[in-house]
Design a protein around this ligand. Structure first.
Ligand code: KE4
Length: 425
């Protein structure tokens, strides 16, 4: 597969964009290759500027659960564009999507739209602090919640591969209220609450961690977080930017039957357009301006193009209850094929249409076991799949995303490439 044009665009990009990309993980840094510059995408396929067509399992890091350029979503966006791009004023579509979010995720009876998952998390944290009048928060090592200053501490995702878990430019004062616990380690959470009994505003958690690769919550871990936060008067924030509408129409909170106090959303809720959202109990969300004293604002929040894409996406997901069964069925064919071909050379974590293949013989149950995986092996695996037309995340510490547009033929082709890879090595 030629990547000449990608190479040319990458060199040009680096002249005016840091690292040539608008988000670090896209630079393919941890896999040591030139990133493919994408020209178009449709259904399960993406096509790069050299004309290479690939089966896409990045799905824009989650949003493309219906596949790329779904006809109904495109039609809704085109219709919205005819009516103007943005007004900076309330619209009916914002009401409709807030109502739909509340219906699909009842814990989010009141929600506010923003423009990214980062903004959603930043705003949810501020709201939790405003509501509890406490400053400290607990996050988990290896979980990623966007790039707001206070959360870039032992973050996951690209912050793992770029080995700057504590980002430069973040004053120590900005993270002194951020306490770090270990995912799936109840004792690490208990110790922090015992040491700060009346100071913790919230615990924020990815209910299924997907930024150290996919790491599942162990039995009772989420229930424990729900109980200990209630016990100490702290809020429980589920960061469902990835899991929201991915694990099911009700997200991880429905899947595990846990009601958080606040939830953050991104990715799928925007259907490919920039939308984040945060929301929860009315009594908490009425802290938010203009009702309450927690300020948060945004020029393009809830804009009519993004809400058109998000609404149509959620409607399609809601209409077809079988979609999540189809997604999991296809995903399990892939994971079973990898496990059979690789044997004990890999550990796979899978839930719904999310999974990660870790190059390690030991179970991956937490941050330490995740980062023990062999990233050189992952790099080799990534390169082979890419050269054979299968596009997965250019980092061990991300997830594979399966979409409703992946056909039986796509899955079969992918399985054949995976079998040939593990057969050859
Ligand atoms: P955004 O600001 O990128 O929309 O969302 C931040 C965010 C918040 N919470 C969770 C659980 C997330 O996974 C993310 C962003 N996810 C990464 C992929 N792991 C986005 C890809 C990227 O950074 O380019």
């Amino acid at each position: 597969m030629s990547d000449i044009k990608s190479k040319e665009w990458f060199e040009r990009a680096k002249c005016h964009i840091p690292g040539g990309v608008n988000s670090p993980v896209r630079a393919f840094g941890s896999v040591g290759r030139t990133p493919r510059f994408i020209a178009s995408a449709k259904g399960s396929k993406i096509k790069d500027v050299d004309g290479n067509e690939m089966i896409d399992y990045v799905c824009s890091w989650g949003p493309a659960i219906l596949g790329h350029a779904h006809p109904r979503v495109i039609a809704a966006v085109q219709q919205a564009c005819e009516e103007g791009l943005t007004y900076g004023a309330p619209t009916s579509k914002e009401v409709l999507i807030a109502e739909l979010i509340a219906k699909l995720m009842p814990s989010m009876e009141v929600s506010r739209l923003v423009n990214s998952g980062t903004e959603a998390v930043m705003s949810a944290i501020r709201t939790a602090r405003g509501y509890t009048k406490r400053d400290k928060i607990i996050k988990f090592k290896g979980c990623y919640h966007g790039h707001s200053d206070g959360l870039l501490v032992k973050a996951g995702s690209a912050a793992l591969t770029t080995s700057i878990p504590d980002s430069a430019g973040v004053p120590k004062d900005y993270t002194k209220h951020t306490l770090i616990a270990l995912y799936n380690d109840k004792i690490s959470v208990e110790k922090l609450f015992q040491a700060n009994p009346k100071e913790i505003a919230a615990v924020i958690v990815e209910p299924v961690a997907a930024n150290m690769g996919v790491v599942l919550p162990e039995q009772g871990f989420l229930e424990f977080l729900r109980e200990i936060t209630k016990q100490y008067g702290a809020l429980l924030i589920f960061d469902e930017v990835i899991t929201g509408f991915r694990l099911g129409i009700g997200g991880a909170q429905a899947y595990y039957n846990i009601t958080p106090d606040l939830t953050t959303l991104g990715k799928i809720v925007g259907g490919g357009m920039p939308i984040g959202a945060y929301g929860g109990k009315r009594e908490i969300m009425q802290m938010v301006s203009p009702l309450g004293s927690v300020y948060q604002a945004g020029t393009l929040s809830g804009n009519p193009i993004a809400t058109a894409a998000g609404l149509e996406t959620l409607r399609i997901l809601k209409e077809d209850p079988m979609i999540y069964e189809r997604l999991e069925e296809k995903t399990k064919i892939l994971t079973k094929t990898v496990q059979k071909a690789a044997g004990n050379r890999v550990w796979i974590n899978q839930i719904g249409s999310l999974f990660s293949v870790f190059f390690t013989k030991q179970p991956v149950k937490d941050y330490e076991s995740a980062i023990s995986s062999d990233t050189n092996c992952y790099t080799d695996y990534f390169g082979y799949l890419l050269e054979h037309g299968i596009y997965i995340a250019p980092s061990q510490f991300e997830a594979v995303f399966v979409s409703d547009a992946h056909t039986k033929e796509d899955i079969d082709t992918t399985c054949k490439v995976i079998e040939s890879y593990f057969g050859d090595i």
